[in-house]
Ligand binder design. Structure first.
Ligand code: UDX
Length: 446
């Protein structure tokens, strides 16, 4: 099938590459000329396991094209994906200007029936706005072409995006026209083997499904972080509690890992956007407000531990920081807990020696050159000359470090772990003072 994807961001690029891989003929459109020319030379703008060869091979075979020519894009696809960004505006609502700009472009250039598919995470009611934009533009231009608008949210996780797209748990199709639904079923047939993963529904329910999924996951995390904070106050160990409750299949083991807060491009933005949307229909989303408030506070937790340990006297110290990305296997630092920590440490007069397996360039891009930020080539070099160690991301490479080296390198043998990577008892045996999230044992070590 002939497909066009508007927006070569995370979602658009992965979706386009995967659709090309199964044989569809995909054209990607973006306004950013340098991004397009880089992709043509095989330079991928994001780090995502498995994506580079997928893009390069499909580009070489001609099934995947990149251009800034929106007119060509509209002509090419019978199915047109909108995968542009919906950044939060000032009050946290999703800003639809890029989505609606694509709708206008589509209406301007279309010459035949088109199915427009909302892939971006958009508030409930956006499909109606896209329809209205298409209709108004067509009327203005005196055109009589017809279209369908479909809601088909993505559920890919960064770091596992290619696999999530290739082997989706579910394919949500929100349509109001059986013909459009059957076209979409045809499109996704290569990913819909073994058992039917398509869950078809009305458009508004599909739009809300995406928010509900992300907000439920964010709720699990904030809930668990609250339990971790209680565990600490009660002298319990949240890791035991986690295993204890996860064994109940109604709760499950996933997304109940306590830590220094959730980040990324989805959870913080989507929780906020749903709170704003709820507000717009006169409903106070109290659970979601609490989820957000707990997460906000959780991102300050490591700094609080540090201040508590050093009695607030940290000016002039040097910290080794392991992990900058918001989670492992990505270079993405959007809403990363490390950023809250970095910025608080700098205000407090601390120099940071940071190491991350993938996010060094991104850190440099965000913060530029500054005297109190040293980007180190290895986790070991980050330790050299540092006073203490902080961990913000659970990269595999941090799971079994040389604890002797840590102890020898640091002027104070203390580790602040925002991801509960180590056993407190073992750390005590190594002579390391260990702070983790919600682990009563760590507090006893004081
Ligand atoms: C998320 C959703 O999982 C995905 O379905 C959606 O399409 C986009 O948003 P992503 O943001 O890539 O994906 O990352 P995810 O793996 O879900 O982690 C989000 C954040 O939650 C990370 O900061 C992670 O460290 C944190 N997290 C996750 C926890 O703190 N504890 C957990 O138990 C799980």
């Amino acid at each position: 099938m002939k497909i066009t994807v508007f927006g070569i961001g995370y979602v658009g690029l992965v979706q386009a590459a995967v659709l090309a891989e199964v044989g569809h003929d995909v054209m990607c459109i973006d306004v950013d000329e340098s991004k397009v020319s880089n992709l043509k030379s095989g330079i991928i703008p994001i780090y995502e396991p498995g994506l580079t060869p997928l893009v390069q091979q499909n580009y070489a075979s001609g099934r995947l094209q990149f251009t800034t020519d929106a007119k060509a894009g509209v002509e090419h696809g019978e199915l047109l994906f909108i995968a542009v960004g919906t950044p939060p505006d000032e009050d946290g609502s999703a800003d639809l200007k890029y989505v609606l700009a694509v709708a206008e472009t589509v209406a301007t250039h279309m010459q035949s029936h088109k199915i427009v598919i909302n892939k971006s995470t958009v508030p409930v009611g956006t499909a109606d706005k896209v329809k209205a934009k298409l209709s108004a533009t067509l009327t203005q231009l005196g055109k009589t072409d017809t279209f369908d608008v479909v809601s088909n949210p993505e559920f890919l996780k960064e770091g596992a995006a290619v696999n999530d797209c290739m082997r989706p748990d579910r394919i949500i199709l929100g349509t109001d026209n059986p013909k459009a639904e059957s076209k979409l079923r045809e499109l996704y047939a290569p990913f819909n083997r073994n058992h039917d993963k398509v869950i078809a529904m009305d458009i508004r329910s599909a739009e809300l499904t995406k928010y509900a999924a992300n907000c439920m996951l964010a709720t699990k995390i904030s809930f668990m972080n609250e339990i971790a904070n209680l565990a600490e106050l009660f002298g319990a160990d949240v890791e035991n509690v986690r295993r204890g409750i996860g064994s109940d299949p109604r709760i499950g083991y996933q997304f109940i890992y306590p830590g220094c807060g959730y980040g990324g491009s989805c959870f913080p933005k989507d929780v906020q956007a749903l709170i704003r949307s709820a507000d717009g229909v006169g409903y106070a989303a109290r659970v979601l407000e609490a989820v957000e408030a707990v997460n906000y506070a959780q991102k300050e937790k490591l700094f609080e531990y540090i201040m508590r340990h050093f009695d607030g006297d940290i000016r002039g110290k040097t910290v080794a920081l392991w992990g900058l990305s918001f989670k492992p296997n990505t270079d993405d630092m959007r809403e990363a807990p490390s950023r809250v920590l970095l910025e608080k440490l700098w205000v407090a007069g601390v120099t940071v020696q940071a190491y991350d397996p993938e996010a060094m360039e991104e850190t440099q891009r965000i913060y530029g050159s500054r005297d109190d930020l040293k980007l180190m080539g290895t986790k070991e070099s980050a330790l050299a000359g540092a006073d203490f160690l902080v961990i913000c991301t659970e990269w595999q490479a941090f799971r079994a470090p040389d604890f002797e080296l840590i102890k020898q390198s640091l002027s104070e043998p203390v580790v602040f772990d925002g991801r509960n990577l180590y056993e407190p008892q073992r750390m005590l045996e190594y002579g390391l003072h260990y702070y983790a999230i919600g682990r009563g044992l760590s507090v006893q070590g004081q």
